[in-house]
Design a protein around this ligand. Structure first.
Ligand SMILES: O=C(O)CCC(=O)C(=O)O
Length: 342
């Protein structure tokens, strides 16, 4: 198998052709606005009603928000970023033991996004891990660095607690019972992680770390490198850079929550751009419905006499469709829309 990882230690001085986007498809970095108004929600603030209202506003206006005082310790966050960096700094021969392009594999190191489908590659390597139930998957994870399993295990436990709590608050913010989302996605809902590594890029104007996409899951909780920006989101037709906020996680609504909320909340287009001077790491945790969970909007969110915006579907159907396409090929939810006649 030809090595395609870009975190190989090789210092690129020009961008290889297979990563160069055509002129109209480039990130146009000088036109991207700084995201000064990122909703930052303080989960430690005592007034539950106010927090729920802020979540509702952020989910409707941005589909994105940052959270602070979220209960995950700084130590756990810092260790997670550190061990991720240590993993990607390993010699290429060691990393290649985990390399695979098969999206059905539950632990794999890969590169770009979907090598089977895409024509132009992305300047990213990533380690994808299934994380729930932990006892089932942990043994597959890297044992080098030696502290990897323990650190990632602790991180996964804390993030799951946080994610389920956020889904309760999101349920309330939709006017639903607090347990509605967690119950309808299944108590055994999945948890995956992508540890993204974007090496220094010789020509960041010509390519992406990840091109514009929406997330196919329910909720994404992103731990960002505090020193290097890269995440951008699309709001009102303009790309905004999300500046890392100290000790915050970035939370975004995935396609399943857009469907479940009958499009009241939006699964927003976002992308990652790369940097000429520094590598960047991000750790995305994806909460996903249980495979056979049926995704449908509850009657409370459907206007009288109208159909729900989306047909009922299972997460397994959705996920299969998502991976059969290229990442930036249009919103996968469009394929699940109901026709508008009643
Ligand atoms: O690296 C980032 O900031 C974005 C990551 C992301 O969008 C993803 O992993 O799906």
């Amino acid at each position: 198998m030809e090595t395609q990882l870009i975190s190989s230690g090789f210092q690129y001085t020009t961008l290889p052709r297979s990563y160069i986007r055509s002129e109209p498809d480039r990130p146009k970095l000088s036109e991207v606005a700084d995201y000064h108004n990122a909703p930052v929600i303080d989960l430690g603030f005592g007034d539950r009603k106010y927090i729920v209202q802020q979540i509702s506003d952020a989910c409707q206006q941005y589909g994105f928000f940052q959270i602070i005082n979220h209960g995950v310790s700084r130590d756990i966050m810092e260790k997670m970023l550190k061990v991720s960096k240590e993993f990607f700094d390993l010699p290429i021969e060691e990393k290649m033991k985990l390399y695979s392009n098969d999206p059905s594999k539950t632990t794999r190191l890969s590169t770009s996004s979907n090598l089977q489908k895409e024509k132009i590659h992305n300047w990213r390597d990533y380690l994808r891990l299934h994380c729930y139930p932990l006892d089932k998957y942990e043994q597959e994870w890297p044992s080098n660095p030696s502290s990897f399993k323990q650190i990632v295990r602790n991180y996964c436990i804390e993030i799951r607690k946080l994610g389920l709590k956020l889904q309760e608050a999101i349920s309330e913010s939709l006017g639903l019972d607090k347990d509605y989302i967690n119950n309808s996605l299944g108590l055994e809902q999945g948890q995956h992680m992508a540890i993204n590594y974007y090496p220094k890029c010789p020509e960041p104007e010509l390519t992406y770390g990840l091109p514009a996409h929406t997330d196919p899951n329910t909720l994404t909780i992103l731990l960002q490198d505090m020193q290097v920006t890269g995440l951008q989101l699309l709001k009102d037709g303009k790309w905004l850079a999300v500046k890392p906020f100290p000790n915050a996680f970035v939370v975004n609504i995935g396609d399943q929550l857009q469907a479940l909320s009958n499009s009241k909340y939006k699964s927003t287009w976002h992308r990652a751009v790369v940097n000429a001077h520094k590598p960047r790491i991000s750790v995305a945790t994806f909460l996903c419905p249980w495979n056979n969970a049926v995704i449908k909007a509850p009657s409370e969110l459907i206007e009288d006499e109208s159909k729900p915006i989306y047909k009922d579907f299972t997460y397994a159907e959705y996920y299969g469709k998502f991976w059969s396409r290229n990442l930036d090929q249009g919103h996968c939810l469009e394929l699940f829309k109901n026709s508008r006649e009643i």
